[in-house]
Design a protein around this ligand. Structure first.
Ligand code: ADP
Ligand SMILES: N[C@@H](CCOP(=O)(O)O)C(=O)O
Length: 292
């Protein structure tokens, strides 16, 4: 039996829609695999009752099929589904690493990115790889049609998850089909600033580069209390705040010493609107880890 822990991720970071992603230190999914004549899946843990065990509907089933690696697969969910923290991607990344090792397929982590992304196509309609890439490779990742670029960044963050769910498929439905050139120019500038910030582990530059006037504004309306929580986090010292992935999670970048205050300010701000939430005080961290 092989075990893999694959981390939650936060995609987009505002200015990098479908391109940027970071691996988070916590939470994570743990996937165990054993060779079997056909693939079976069991799911336990956070939100497991909302996750199908049918291999044709679970992201890990798509990965097992793509690697031609039938297995008995057990998923222990640490990452709640439909939260904006790459829950479906964490399972897919873990399964890709585990099944690649179980069947000696010899694929590199980079080669596993499009394979794990097949799971994302199953649940959100598109094989966006901005969650599976950081979950597989760790750090900060930039995904383009030409492949993945990875930076071993380590920036402190707070990821606040309200007790509501937004499906990635639905949140992709509200995105505008085109954007004014001036918004595109601003976004390119912000994305470049953020990228430099990641290479320097500089929370100020990363936070400054998170602004996006194209995709994020359309999605914040799906998150009850977003503006209040964003303002509370900024007031408590966050250097940048945006929607995590497709939401409803909200990601704040910060200096380590402000983390605790930001976490409690975000939870209190959701609470003021009658919404329960949980905040992870973590940092950009490592990718999937294999335990033999
Ligand atoms: N292994 C899995 N882990 C989590 N969700 C899964 C998995 N397989 C299929 N799903 C489905 O994917 C959807 C959640 O994915 P998505 O909407 O992209 O949110 P998230 O940001 O949490 O990945 C849910 O409908 C869930 O049932
Ligand atoms: N780029 C995707 C990312 C979705 O992330 P998730 O964690 O919400 O699944 C998008 O913004 O649609």
């Amino acid at each position: 039996m092989l075990t893999v822990r694959a981390p939650a991720t936060s995609a987009n970071l505002g200015s990098g829609f479908d391109v940027f992603g970071v691996a988070l230190g916590t939470p994570a999914d743990v996937v165990r695999v054993e060779r079997a004549p056909k693939t079976t899946i069991t799911v336990t843990g956070a939100g497991s009752k909302y996750i199908p065990e049918n291999p044709a509907k679970n992201t890990v089933g798509a990965v097992a099929k793509a690697l031609d690696a039938p297995a008995r697969i057990r998923i222990d969910k640490g990452v709640r589904p439909s939260s904006g923290l790459g829950s479906s991607a964490a399972s897919a990344a873990a399964a890709a690493v585990a099944l690649n090792a179980l069947y000696d397929r010899g694929r590199s982590r980079e080669e596993l990115v499009p394979i794990a992304a097949k799971g994302e196509a199953l649940v959100s309609g598109e094989a966006h790889a901005d969650n599976v890439a950081p979950s597989l490779l760790g750090g900060f990742t930039v995904v383009t049609d030409d492949g993945v670029t990875q930076v071993d960044a380590s920036v402190p963050v707070v990821a606040c998850l309200p007790e509501m769910s937004v499906s990635t498929r639905d949140a992709r439905g509200v995105i505008p089909k085109s954007a004014p050139l001036e918004d595109v120019v601003d976004t390119v500038g912000n994305a470049a600033t953020l990228t430099v910030g990641m290479t320097r582990n500089d929370p100020e530059l990363v936070g400054k580069g998170m602004c996006d006037d194209i995709v994020t504004p359309e999605r914040t309306s799906l998150i009850d209390g977003y503006e209040r929580v964003r303002e509370a986090a900024l007031e408590a010292g966050a250097t940048g705040v945006t929607v995590s992935g497709a939401g409803p999670g909200i990601l704040a970048v910060c200096h380590r010493q402000d983390q605790r205050e930001i976490a409690s300010a975000m939870v209190d701000a959701f609470d003021a609107g009658g919404v329960e939430s949980r905040a992870y005080q973590t940092a950009v961290g490592e990718g999937a880890r294999l335990y033999r």
